[in-house]
Write a protein that binds this ligand. Structure first.
Ligand SMILES: CC(C)(COP(=O)(O)OP(=O)(O)OC[C@H]1O[C@@H](n2cnc3c(N)ncnc32)[C@H](O)[C@@H]1OP(=O)(O)O)[C@@H](O)C(=O)NCCC(=O)NCCS
Length: 169
């Protein structure tokens, strides 16, 4: 598995915003698939300032995925999503040129470990926009299974399909 460091961002600095914008620009396939256009300043702002109604701000987290000191990907996590014990990966992306080295698997393991060490570590969810067809294989490979739920959110090019993985037992 690729060796990574997951660094939680508690505040936006100009340097970090520039690095996040770079990694987003290096994931054009993702943004084209889910929103039909590339990422811009709005996506960078949302990454640092996400709010989820009913969830304490400290449980809505954004991370940089680093390999050998270089930011190679981005992730976000919501602890305590919907049901007691449940967490949700909001976003996980690795720069196109850094894929295939196990960085995403390692990041997912680290996010699961964070959830397990919190009161919200019974299960992990992920929502995949149905137009992002490539992503399904990755999450299934890591043990996530469709729950049968789907949601229509106007910001995305297709419905969001929910997948879930138990973290205990
Ligand atoms: C999905 C994504 C994060 C995978 O990143 P990656 O760094 O290439 O993944 P890894 O190298 O960690 O792969 C881990 C495992 O998943 C497998 N895998 C990776 N992508 C896969 C896919 N599309 N289908 C099936 N398996 C896949 C790898 O073969 C590897 O298997 P192994 O550990 O058993 O050898 C990356 O393609 C990406 O950033 N895509 C755009 C963003 C996105 O769609 N994110 C998900 C929705 S939020």
């Amino acid at each position: 598995m690729g060796s990574i460091e997951l660094v939680q961002f508690r505040e936006a600095t100009p340097e970090r915003e520039a690095e996040v914008a770079r990694v987003m620009a290096e994931c054009p396939d993702y943004y084209r698939a889910v929103q039909g256009r590339l990422a811009g300043p709005g996506e960078v702002k949302d990454f640092f300032h996400a709010e989820v109604p009913g969830i304490p701000p400290e449980d809505v987290r954004s991370y940089g995925i680093y390999s050998q000191g270089r930011m190679v990907g981005l992730a976000s996590l919501v602890l305590g999503w919907k049901r007691p014990g449940q967490s949700m990966i909001g976003f996980l992306a690795v720069s196109e040129r850094e894929r295939g080295h196990g960085f995403a698997r390692a990041a997912c393991c680290a996010l699961e470990a964070t959830a397990r060490s919190s009161p919200h570590g019974t299960s992990m969810r992920i929502g995949i926009v149905e137009t992002n067809a490539n992503a399904f294989g990755f999450w299934r490979h890591l043990g996530f299974v469709e729950t049968g739920e789907r949601k229509t959110l106007e910001e995305f090019a297709g419905d969001v399909i929910l997948l879930e993985k138990p973290l205990h037992g």
